[in-house]
Design a protein around this ligand. Structure first.
Ligand code: URA
Length: 149
């Protein structure tokens, strides 16, 4: 199932994940897996620890459909996951249009795929916690962090 971006359109914070998983594919909702060890549960926990409610954030994914076996490499031409296939290119363009339209103050890249799509950078371990310029929508700020999974 196609998983759309959700949340208030005037949100100050936009969270960007990688791709829907099994639960998201069933419900059409990003980060819907709130079972034990689910990415949605971890996301909710870290947000609440930071004093942020999930309901005040826009929540998006780079890929909008679950890749087979949850392997994001499915959407890339190359092993290093740097050359997106046409479908992923379309979704990245959609993300670009959403960021431009909703104009959040900060975009949080949850993991390597989001960081790459938003900034062209891949080293989330080195960049975690830093604010990096957004190359997808120049002028916007991206905060890098690990994926909740
Ligand atoms: N992981 C993601 O990156 N996005 C989701 O929506 C769920 C799990």
């Amino acid at each position: 199932m196609f998983v759309n971006t959700v949340g208030p359109l005037d949100a100050k914070i936009m969270l960007v994940g990688e791709a829907p998983g099994v639960e998201e594919d069933k419900t059409g909702e990003p980060f819907a897996n709130i079972r034990e060890f689910g990415a949605g549960r971890t996301l909710n926990q870290v947000l609440s620890q930071a004093g942020i409610s999930r309901a005040e954030c826009l929540i998006a994914n780079v890929a909008r459909e679950r890749p087979p076996g949850n392997k994001i490499s499915f959407y890339f031409e190359d092993k290093g996951c740097t050359v997106p296939k046409p479908k992923l290119k379309e979704w990245i363009d959609l993300l670009k249009r959403e960021i431009t339209l909703y104009n959040p103050n900060v975009i949080v890249a949850l993991g390597t795929t989001a960081l790459w799509a938003l900034t062209g950078e891949k080293k989330v371990g080195e960049l975690r916690g830093y604010v990096i310029p957004c190359t997808l929508v120049p002028g916007k700020k991206v905060l890098a962090t690990y994926h909740p999974q």
